[in-house]
Design a protein around this ligand. Structure first.
Ligand code: G4P
Length: 547
C-alpha cells in the first residue's frame, strides 16, 4: 500500500518537474533584456519613451522625459535623493511586445554617469546603440561599446534624428566600422533627410516606409509601399528615387548583408535609420529585438556555465541603489536572474555569506511603478531590499556553490584625494568608504607610500554622492582635493619579485584598492604607456573581477 502511494507521489513529482522545466524553457525563450548605449543627447530618453509607448506600457508621451528633466534640473545630490523613488522605478522597465517580455535596463548618462552605467551592461543580453546621425560616433558610445565587447554582446544600431540635416549615411556606417570596429549591416536605408526626409527603404523586405512627422500615439500607422520599383514611388518622389536606387545598389555592393550568426557573435550590427521624436523606426527596432536579439543565454560562473533553463534558481547582483529610506540605511540590490524560476517567499542562498535568505519582499520594475514580484525568470531583474549586507557581484542560488564572473570593477577616469576636517573621525571615514566602495559608489585606493586615500570614479557626480553620504550616514565631513592622477590600472604578475620591485620603485604611484589588489595610479596616458614598457613582466588591467 505504502509503496503504491510512494510511486504515485514520485510520479507526481516527476510530472511536476517536467511541467516546471517546460514552463521555465517557455518563459526564458520569450525574454529579451537589453540596455541602450548612447552619448548624451543622442536621443536615449526619447527613444525609451517611444519604446514604452509603442508597447502600450505607458499611455502618454512625456512621462520618461519628465523624469529626466526632474533629475537634471539640479546637480544637488540631496535633490536627486528626493526623487530616488522615481529613479529606481525607471532603472528597469519591463513591458510586453508581441508576446515577449522585454526588460529595458537604464544606463545612467549625463551627470548620473557612473560605474553603474558600465555594470548594467554586464547584466544585459543585447544592447541598442543610438547615434545622433548629425554627429556620428561620440566619446561615451565608444567607451560603452568597449564594455559590450567584453562579453560580445549583440548590438542593434539606431541612427537617430533623420528629420534633421545629418551626415552622409554611408559615411556614418564607415565611421561605425572604423571607430567601433564592428561590421554594419544596414537593414533600413534613409530616403533624404532633414526637410526632405521621406522615409526609409527596408532592404530585407523590399518595401518603403513613408515618414510622417509628428503624432506621438502608440498605434501610429506607417504607410508601406511594396517594392523599390513600384511606379507609385516614382510619382511621389521623382527627385529622390534615382538617388535611392543608386545608393541601394552601392549599399548592396559595399556593405555586409545581415547575418544573424554574426550579429549574435557581436561582430556585426544591423543598422536602422529613423527619428525617435517622430516615433519613426521604433517598430522596426522592437521587432529586431524580438526577432533577432538573443533570449537569455548561458552565463559563466566560477565552476561552470549556468544555462538559463536549468530548474534551480540562480542570479547575481550588478547594482546597489542606496538610501531608499535614509533612516534605515535601506538599499535595494538589483539582481539579474540567470536560471530557473524565482518565486516570492522562496529561500535562496547568499553564497558569499553562506547564509540562507527568505526573500518575501521583492520588487520588480514595471514601466510605470514598482510592483511586488510574484515570479521571475532568467533575464528578469528583481530588487532585493537589504541593509547593506549585499555587494556588487554577489551570487545567489538554491544551494549550489558558484560565483558568477564577468561583473567587473572598471578603471576610474576621475580621482580625488580625501581628507577629513576632524581627525577623530578617521575610523568612521574608513568604515564609510569601505561600505560605499563595496556598494560600487566609488573606488578607494590606499597609497603604498602612506599618503591620503585616493578615490576613483568614472563620473564626477559619484564624488558628490559620496561626500553627501559620508556626511549624512557616517557623520564625516570630508574634503575632496584634486590630484595629478589621471588613470589607474590593476597590476598583476606571476613574478613576485618583479611585483615587489615595482611596488618599491614606484611607491608614490602604487596603491592598494579596498579588496587589497595592487594598482598603478598613472599621471597620464603617456606615463602609463612608459611604465608598461619599463615593466614588461607585469600585466596592467583596465578591469578587475569582484573578489
Ligand atoms: P538623451 O537621453 O540621449 O540625452 O537624449 P534625449 O532623448 O533627451 O534627446 C536629446 C535632444 O534631442 C532632445 O532635445 C530631444 O527632443 C531631441 N531629439 C530626440 N530624438 C530626436 C529626433 O528624432 N529628431 C530631432 N530633431 N530631435 C530629437 P532638447 O531640445 O534637448 O530637449 P527637448 O526640449 O526637446 O525636451
Amino acid at each position: 500500500m505504502s509503496n503504491e502511494i510512494d510511486t504515485t507521489s514520485s510520479d507526481n513529482a516527476e510530472q511536476g518537474s517536467v511541467k516546471s522545466a517546460a514552463l521555465i524553457a517557455r518563459e526564458t525563450k520569450r525574454r529579451r533584456t537589453f540596455g541602450i548605449i548612447s552619448h548624451p543627447d543622442a536621443g536615449k530618453t526619447t527613444l525609451t519613451e517611444k519604446l514604452l509607448l509603442f508597447s502600450g506600457a505607458i499611455q502618454m508621451a512625456g512621462t520618461v522625459k519628465a523624469r529626466k528633466s526632474g533629475r537634471h534640473a539640479t546637480s544637488d545630490w540631496m535633490e536627486i535623493e528626493k526623487q530616488r523613488g522615481i529613479s529606481v522605478a525607471s532603472s528597469v522597465m519591463q513591458f510586453d511586445f508581441r508576446d515577449h517580455i522585454i526588460n529595458l535596463l537604464d544606463t545612467p548618462g549625463h551627470q548620473d554617469f557612473s560605474e553603474d552605467t558600465y555594470r548594467v551592461l554586464t547584466a544585459v543580453d543585447s544592447a541598442l546603440m543610438v547615434i545622433d546621425a548629425a554627429k556620428g560616433v561620440e566619446a561615451q558610445t565608444i567607451k560603452l561599446l568597449d564594455v559590450c565587447r567584453m562579453r560580445n554582446t549583440p548590438i542593434v544600431t539606431f541612427m537617430n534624428k533623420l528629420d534633421r540635416e545629418c551626415r552622409d549615411p554611408l559615411e556614418l556606417l564607415d565611421e561605425v566600422e572604423s571607430v567601433l570596429k564592428i561590421q554594419c549591416a544596414p537593414v533600413t536605408w534613409p530616403i533624404g533627410m532633414g526637410k526632405n526626409f521621406r522615409g526609409v527603404y527596408h532592404l530585407l523586405n523590399d518595401e518603403i516606409l513613408l515618414f510622417r512627422a509628428g503624432d506621438e500615439s502608440a498605434n501610429q500607422d506607417v504607410e508601406v509601399i511594396k517594392g523599390i520599383d513600384n511606379p507609385r514611388l516614382q510619382e511621389m518622389f521623382p527627385m529622390e528615387m534615382d538617388q535611392l536606387r543608386m545608393e541601394v545598389e552601392l549599399v548592396h555592393g559595399a556593405s555586409h548583408p545581415f547575418n544573424l550568426e554574426d550579429f549574435l557573435a557581436g561582430v556585426q550590427t544591423p543598422v536602422f535609420f529613423g527619428s525617435a521624436i517622430n516615433n519613426f523606426g521604433v517598430r522596426e527596432i522592437l521587432s529586431a529585438l524580438v526577432d533577432w536579439a538573443p533570449a537569455p543565454r548561458g552565463r559563466d560562473a566560477s565552476v561552470r556555465v549556468v544555462e538559463p533553463t536549468e530548474e534551480p534558481f540562480t542570479g547575481f547582483v550588478f547594482k546597489i541603489q542606496a538610501n531608499m529610506d535614509p533612516a534605515h540605511r535601506d538599499r535595494i540590490a538589483f539582481l539579474r536572474v540567470c536560471s530557473g524560476r524565482f518565486e516570492r517567499g522562496m529561500k535562496v542562498k547568499h553564497l558569499r555569506l553562506g547564509r540562507e535568505v527568505k526573500v518575501s519582499s521583492v520588487v520588480t520594475f514595471m514601466a510605470s511603478s514598482r510592483e511586488q514580484v510574484e515570479e521571475a525568470y532568467a533575464g528578469d531583474i528583481i530588487g532585493l531590499p537589504n541593509h547593506g549586507n549585499m555587494q556588487i557581484g554577489d551570487s545567489f542560488s538554491e544551494g549550489e556553490m558558484l560565483t558568477f564572473t564577468g561583473i567587473p570593477y572598471f578603471a576610474p577616469d576621475f580621482f580625488r584625494q580625501v581628507r577629513i576636517r576632524n581627525p577623530l573621525k578617521i575610523k568612521q571615514l574608513h568604515k564609510g568608504l569601505q561600505q560605499l566602495g563595496e556598494e560600487g559608489a566609488v573606488q578607494v585606493f590606499k597609497p603604498v607610500s602612506g599618503g591620503e586615500l585616493v578615490l576613483g570614479a568614472v563620473g564626477v557626480l559619484q564624488f558628490e554622492v559620496v561626500a553627501s553620504r559620508l556626511m549624512n550616514e557616517y557623520g564625516v565631513d570630508a574634503v575632496f582635493e584634486s590630484t595629478s592622477i589621471s588613470t589607474a590600472r590593476w597590476v598583476s604578475s606571476d613574478d613576485k619579485k618583479a611585483l615587489s620591485d615595482f611596488e618599491n620603485a614606484l611607491s608614490a604611484n602604487v596603491a592598494y584598492d579596498a579588496a587589497g589588489n595592487l594598482a598603478y595610479l598613472a599621471t597620464s596616458g603617456v606615463n602609463l604607456r612608459l611604465t608598461q614598457e619599463r615593466w614588461p613582466k607585469l600585466q596592467f588591467h583596465a578591469t578587475r573581477e569582484h573578489a
